[in-house]
Design a protein around this ligand. Structure first.
Ligand code: PMP
Length: 381
């Protein structure tokens, strides 16, 4: 009996992430130039580490309530109110944004329901939707003209809505494109959601990494359209992806349903780390933001002569096109030969025309990576 025959059928609907495969490869390489990473290259602030260690010593090692520590939930709501000017109705602490997305999809979607997701998309969306039996429809973000940025065409998005469409998923700032939604995009997406009674699921995990203009959130629009869930977390901004801590905010009845599911799955977020996270909101993380803006400039200025590349507006990724004359496979192999790790765009897209480069890396590695990429582009000509 093959392993496929021994496993549940749902396993046939999902596939391993191209990013994870990259991790396996890196483990075998000596001193790679790793621009494939989806997490900040700085460590957690000392204040958070100390608070978590103190919590372990003080005996906070038991279960917390399913929804998370009440004080932490309140701090998340205070934080959102202060930054976004509106206080969501309810909050659930989740096992990262990943946990929140899974619970929301389990709570809202029946098999056969359709969800609109962006293309390019964060790899998890397609696979988790497949797990819950939902159908994926993509709306295109690829710029129609150079310099236009990675933004949805709202008319095209509207045309994708069908009788079984239940939700629109948004991700701004975006992984893998670095693009961001504008206030007007959000307004138009909500108008579409209102017209068809759709849920909006907004993954705002990179909210802090916005380089050129203020980040536009769905949070202040929740009063206008209540069928909105917004996901955020500690992984990226505070450099603690291994802590598995995030939040979902939205209408209380749906968060209650997600909480019920959490009881039987994740149970609760790690207790001492929730105590550590209480220290997060008093910290000033702006020096990191400044450093990442500079890294963004380094990448964009370094590549723009030789690649078709949109200037990343947020997150810590760029999504340039392969230079003319190169196939995806040949380009990635040539990069690998020079010990440069990037992620093929086909891991995030129906197309295979671009690659993802993460600039969450030390400056010297970024500079080396940029040099190799320019060299490959010129060699291809
Ligand atoms: N959403 C996006 C767009 C991401 O890039 C990631 C992490 N790569 C996640 C969600 C998952 O984050 P978390 O660590 O909070 O589960």
């Amino acid at each position: 009996m093959s392993v496929e025959q021994r496993l549940a059928k749902r396993m046939g609907r999902i596939e391993g992430s191209g990013v994870r495969r990259m991790f396996d490869l890196i483990a075998t390489m000596k001193d790679p130039i790793n621009l494939s990473i989806g997490q900040a290259d700085y460590d957690a602030p000392e204040e958070m580490k100390e608070a978590a260690i103190r919590a372990i010593r003080a005996g906070y090692n038991r279960y917390t309530p399913t929804q998370g520590l009440k004080v932490l939930g309140e701090r998340v709501l205070d934080h959102l109110e202060a930054r976004r000017g509106a206080r969501p109705e309810s909050v659930l602490m989740t096992s990262g944004v990943s946990g929140g997305l899974l619970l929301s999809m389990m709570a809202l979607l029946d098999p056969g329901d359709e969800v609109l997701i962006p293309d390019p998309y964060f790899v998890m969306y397609r696979n988790v939707l497949a797990l819950v039996g939902a159908e994926v429809r993509t709306y295109d973000l690829y710029p129609k003209r150079d310099g236009e940025g990675w933004r949805p065409d709202l008319e095209e998005m509207a045309a994708r809505v069908g009788p079984r469409t239940k939700a629109i998923l948004c991700n701004s700032p975006s992984n893998p494109t670095g693009g961001m939604l504008r206030e007007e995009d959000i307004d138009r997406i909500l108008t579409l959601a209102e017209a068809h009674g759709l849920w909006v699921l907004s993954d705002e995990i990179y909210d802090h990494f916005s380089y050129d203009f203020p980040f536009a959130s769905f949070v202040p629009r929740m009063e206008r359209w209540n069928r909105c869930l917004v996901f955020g977390g500690f992984s990226k901004t505070w450099g603690v992806p291994g802590w598995r801590l995030g939040w979902a905010v939205g209408p209380e009845d749906v968060l209650d349903a997600m909480k019920l599911l959490q009881q039987y799955t994740f149970v609760c977020c790690p207790a001492p780390l929730q105590h550590g996270a209480l220290a997060a909101f008093d910290l000033d993380m702006s020096a990191h933001l400044k450093a990442y803006r500079r890294k963004r400039d380094l990448v964009y200025e370094g590549l723009k002569e030789d690649f078709r590349i949109e200037r990343p507006e947020g997150s810590f990724y760029a999504f340039p096109a392969y230079p003319e004359g190169w196939s995806e496979k040949d380009f990635l192999e040539a990069a690998l030969e020079r010990k440069l790790l990037i992620v093929p765009g086909s891991a995030f897209s129906n197309r295979n025309t671009n690659f993802r480069l993460s600039f969450a890396a030390p400056d010297d590695k970024l500079a080396e990576g940029i040099e190799i990429l320019r060299d490959l582009a010129r060699r291809g000509r």
